[in-house]
Design a protein around this ligand. Structure first.
Ligand code: 5CA
Length: 448
């Protein structure tokens, strides 16, 4: 992509009301624009990050055996009356009346709708288990939307729903999501720690929040350091096999959010040098709630003895749009973002320091073409901005590599390659740059 054709409205000033780094940087780097309290437009650069996060979430859901679908954002109040949540949900629900005076709402979550869809199509225990998900915008009229996309009112969530004949099989689906989440966040460069959590308005008695540690996180969290060091399950793990040992391993050490925290147990169970008391960002939340919705909404299936029984259900959420902010919280410095390759809006920024000069233009064009042909995603700064402005902008948007072509390099037959994560710089011969970068990108995108 040529920057001259792109839409990248970089802000010079730090927005006054943005309190945390990710919010400031997303606004300044032209990733998002606020359109209302807690409501954001995703500008081209931010949109690419969002799509990449979404795609990793999707791939790991598919790997775990979940099946993708898409439910609408607008729901009928009637459905929520069946479960009893229409009144219980309170002011967080955005209620809408259509032209026929029918009560509607903008979905804050989809337990009711998926239960309605399920009961219309499944009659027998033989059709179970089922694991269905979608990635869809939600609306919650949060009292205090803040920190940009981290606590928005409109936000993108991946939500999966499981249906099982009994608790044992439900537990297997819960474990699938548990392991899929560890992998999902690890692929984004994040170490997410599962913590026992309060179930809140979703309900149920078994629930884990997946938390990444960050000073600006909204929740106080307490955990054992050994959890942070635990290796992530590999992609060849058998999702149809017994995942309980993995789940047991990740739940064998103390980890709790402040609502569930018990100081005495923390002191007793965790050696002092292993105690982490920090702040965290909740990037995912999984729940098992049994028959909380299937019972009142009559999602029954015929069991082996022919008798109808309500299905056992769980739901599993990932904050897709929140992750864009969460990843910046984890990877940035004073100059801007430092995207991990897997979610970077582009892999490389190609900087032409003397746009308009025949020689540099020609060379940049060639590099742009060969990098693109090698599968590298390039944002080519072909604008007439001053070098200082170009460097600052590249650092701010934080692409993993910068390739700088200027008159000095031309003389030496070399380009300067800068790695954004640690600032390391190398001079690389012009005829080797494309291969060098392509190999580095490929290497960084490898995962297991
Ligand atoms: N129905 C269940 C699971 S599908 C559910 O709604 N769970 S949740 O309320 O915990 O939300 C799931 C995830 O969405 C959270 O872990 C969080 O990462 C994200 N999320 C929740 N509220 C917001 C918000 N206001 N802004 C951005 N992300 C949010």
């Amino acid at each position: 992509m040529r920057l001259s054709r792109y839409y990248l409205p970089v802000l010079r000033e730090t927005p006054a009301d943005a309190q945390i780094a990710s919010h400031r940087m997303m606004l300044r780097a032209g990733m998002i624009r606020q359109e209302g309290a807690g409501i954001y437009a995703w500008l081209p650069l931010g949109f690419r990050v969002l799509k990449k996060i979404e795609q990793i979430v999707r791939e790991e859901q598919d790997r775990a055996g979940a099946v993708e679908m898409l439910m609408p954002t607008i729901q009928q109040a009637e459905l929520w009356r069946e479960s009893g949540r229409y009144d219980a949900y309170g002011k967080e629900m955005l209620r809408i009346v259509d032209r026929h005076d029918r009560e509607m709402l903008f979905g804050p979550t989809n337990e009711e709708m998926i239960t309605e869809i399920f009961r219309a199509g499944v009659r027998s225990y033989k059709d179970l288990p089922k694991l269905l998900y979608h990635i869809q915008w939600k609306f919650r009229d949060e009292v205090r939307p803040r920190f940009g996309v981290m606590r928005g009112r409109e936000f993108l969530m991946k939500d999966t729903y499981s249906f099982d004949i009994d608790e044992e099989s439900a537990r297997a689906n819960y474990n699938r999501m548990f392991v899929a989440y560890l992998r999902t966040f690890a692929r984004m460069g994040l170490k997410a720690i599962p913590m026992r959590a309060d179930t809140g308005p979703i309900g149920g008695d078994l629930s884990h929040e997946f938390i990444i540690l960050a000073d600006t996180g909204e929740s106080a969290v307490f955990c054992d350091k050994r959890l942070v060091e635990m290796p992530t399950p590999k992609k060849d793990i058998d999702f149809d096999g017994d995942l309980q040992p993995v789940v047991d391993q990740f739940t064998s050490h103390y980890a709790a959010t402040d609502e569930m925290h018990d100081d005495t147990a923390f002191a007793k169970d965790v050696a002092e040098e292993n105690r982490i008391a920090a702040r965290g960002i909740e990037v995912g939340h999984i729940f098992f709630f049994g028959t909380k919705y299937s019972e009142p909404m009559k999602a029954y299936v015929a069991g082996p003895d022919g008798k109808d029984i309500p299905v056992q259900m769980g739901s599993y959420g990932v904050g897709v749009s929140r992750l864009a902010g969460g990843i910046i919280e984890a990877f940035h410095d004073d100059d801007g973002c430092k995207w991990p390759m897997a979610v970077a809006p582009y892999h490389v920024g190609l900087v032409n320091l003397k746009a308009g000069d025949e020689k540099t233009d020609k060379l940049c064009e060639e590099l742009y073409r060969s990098l693109t042909a090698a599968g590298v995603e390039v944002l080519y700064d072909d604008t007439a901005s001053r070098p200082g402005e170009k460097f600052a902008r590249m650092d701010l948007i934080g692409l993993p590599y910068q390739v700088v072509i200027g008159p000095r390099g031309l003389e030496n037959g070399a380009a300067e390659v800068k790695r954004r994560s640690d600032g390391a710089r190398e001079e690389i011969a012009l005829d080797k740059v494309a291969d060098h970068i392509a190999a580095a990108v490929k290497d960084a995108l490898r995962y297991d």
